[in-house]
Design a protein around this ligand. Structure first.
Ligand SMILES: [Zn+2]
Length: 268
């Protein structure tokens, strides 16, 4: 599933569409629109004002509080093409035709993602936690969030209402970098461990962005190209491989229904 670095890569890559006018929007599969605060044709003729990321969501902002929000779910892709190129792949559900002979294509084989047409962004995102690369995510915030919570630290990192944008890949990588086992109760982390985890989270997310995201199967960037962070992973997807630090085999355990990859020697 695309996580913060993948979504951020796409958003940055699509920035040159800001200021460009929407000619029309083709909806090829109606139920891909999860919410209609307004009719999609009201966006026709409007210019894209801003393209931003919030958690794992992408927000296209237009005038008069019109927002088109995209979530990629498990297998979604959002990429731009020259207008003349044929988007002939299967599972294309939306095509946003733009001036300057371009179009933005939304494709999603498994359809866990979707599109929301929303007026009130604050309301839409009211339950979303802090941005881990933003200024509100401090070691103190992380310490407060962990305090008194007996849930496994891995589960806590995946809770989008506390910290948004982190999924299975970057949670496992951050816990490895911080030397913390994913099963540890959140409240059991000592202050130096919390500081290490805070730093590790920001580091793995920034490295993921620098590598243009992680592609195992479906994720593609704004040009429909694979990312490269899969070549730099230490534990995620490495079951049985030798740990890059100590050589012990990487273990997989199911925590909160999600597979967690870690090193029993390096992570305490
Ligand atoms: Zn190790």
């Amino acid at each position: 599933m695309p996580e913060l670095p993948e979504v951020e890569t796409i958003v940055r890559g699509l920035q040159d569409n800001c200021g460009v006018r929407v000619k029309n929007i083709e909806i090829l599969r109606k139920d891909i629109i999860r919410r209609y605060d307004f009719a999609v044709n009201l966006l026709e003729g409007q210019r894209v004002k801003q393209i931003q990321r919030r958690g794992k969501y992408m927000v296209f902002a237009f005038a008069r509080r019109h927002h088109l929000i995209v979530h990629l779910g498990m297998s979604g892709r959002l990429y731009s093409l020259p207008e003349t190129a044929k988007a002939n792949e299967k599972h294309v559900h939306m095509i946003m035709h733009l001036d300057k002979h371009k179009k933005i294509v939304y494709q999603d084989a498994r359809r866990f993602g979707g599109i929301w047409l929303v007026h009130d962004l604050d309301d839409f995102f009211c339950r979303m936690g802090v941005e881990p690369l933003g200024k509100d995510f401090t070691p103190e915030y992380l310490a407060q969030t962990l305090a008194g919570r007996r849930t496994a630290i891995k589960n806590l990192l995946l809770n989008q209402r506390l910290i948004c944008g982190i999924g299975n890949i970057y949670a496992d990588e951050a816990l490895f970098k911080a030397g913390i086992r994913p099963q540890r109760p959140a409240s059991s982390l000592a202050p130096p461990e919390i500081e290490s985890l805070w730093q590790a989270i920001r580091q793995v997310l920034n490295e993921g962005i620098a590598a243009r995201g992680t592609t195992f199967r479906d994720y593609r960037d704004e040009n429909n190209q694979a990312g490269t962070f899969q070549h730099h992973l230490a534990v995620y997807g490495k079951k049985g491989s030798a740990c890059i630090c100590c050589g012990s085999p990487i273990i997989v355990d199911t925590i909160g229904g999600r597979s967690s990859h870690y090193c029993e020697t390096c992570q305490k």
